[in-house]
Design a protein around this ligand. Structure first.
Ligand code: IPE
Ligand code: IPE
Ligand code: MG
Length: 233
């Protein structure tokens, strides 16, 4: 698959990815699960680069779900450490290539060091316009929807809004994706065919693309294949 096969005038503005299969990939190599997560960072780099070439405007990556706290402590700690180190290590390069970093999810539930690096990188890159890289961290769509409901209920209670004014637009404005358009294309790797609590509201009309490729094997070319498939539906 080459970029020349893609109609650059009809590339999805927002692509979301459920990056899955790091653990299985590591097992196949006879390695620890964390090794798979580490190699998965390389796939993030490749995918982001290809998304920039395609002029995708928003790339959302499901990096850590609220349910992922159910994993072994060792894996959780390793994932958080990887996250902190990656964000800290990549911030300058992201900035140099015009990437604006954003995050969705319950960021306050992340370790302090992680929140700190994240906020710093978000601030540093806030004026960039090439692409917005949205990291879903400690994210769960049900949490996000519940949170919106609570906030709206609070506003109604304080007489700030009338219930008649609760529209789809108002609801959307209370989600953590409030400034982000809905994804046109959602990719899940590793052969699983579920949403796993990702973007439930936002994916109402999204096209899904499933591939058996495990995340650490995913490259820019795979992203192009998904976009090509999307364009030929
Ligand atoms: C996805 O890979 C990465 C995260 C959820 C952080 P997994 O860790 O879910 O890998 P599998 O599904 O066990 O292979
Ligand atoms: C979804 O993958 C979450 C992320 C990619 C961060 P999981 O591997 O955690 O999902 P389930 O548990 O298989 O549904
Ligand atoms: Mg998984």
């Amino acid at each position: 698959m080459e970029i020349s096969q893609i109609d650059l005038s009809r590339v999805p503005e927002h692509v979301a990815i459920i990056m899955d299969g790091n653990g299985r990939w590591a097992k196949q190599q006879g390695e620890m699960r964390l090794f798979g997560h580490n190699i998965g960072v390389e796939s993030v780099r490749k995918t982001l680069k290809a998304a920039q070439q395609l002029k995708v405007k928003y790339l959302t990556l499901y990096a850590f779900s609220t349910e992922n706290w159910n994993r072994q402590k060792e894996e959780e700690d390793g994932l958080m450490e990887l996250l902190v180190n990656t964000i800290a290590g990549e911030a300058d390069e992201l900035h140099a290539s015009g990437v604006r970093l954003a995050a969705i999810g319950d960021i306050t539930g992340l370790p302090a060091s992680c929140q700190c690096e994240l906020q710093e990188a978000i601030k540093k890159t806030q004026e960039n316009t090439t692409i917005t890289l949205v990291l879903a961290l400690n994210y769960s769509a049900r949490w996000e929807i519940m949170n919106a409901v609570k906030n709206i209920a609070q506003e109604v209670k304080q007489n700030n809004i009338d219930t008649d004014l609760i529209t789809e637009e108002l609801f959307q404005a209370h989600l953590s994706t409030k400034d982000i358009p809905d994804p046109e294309l959602l990719i899940r790797t590793s052969g699983e065919h579920r949403l796993s609590n990702f973007l439930l509201w936002q994916a109402a009309y999204t096209e899904f693309y499933f591939t058996p490729v495990l995340w650490p094997d995913f490259t820019g070319e795979h992203l192009m294949e998904a976009v090509y498939d999307f364009q030929n539906r």
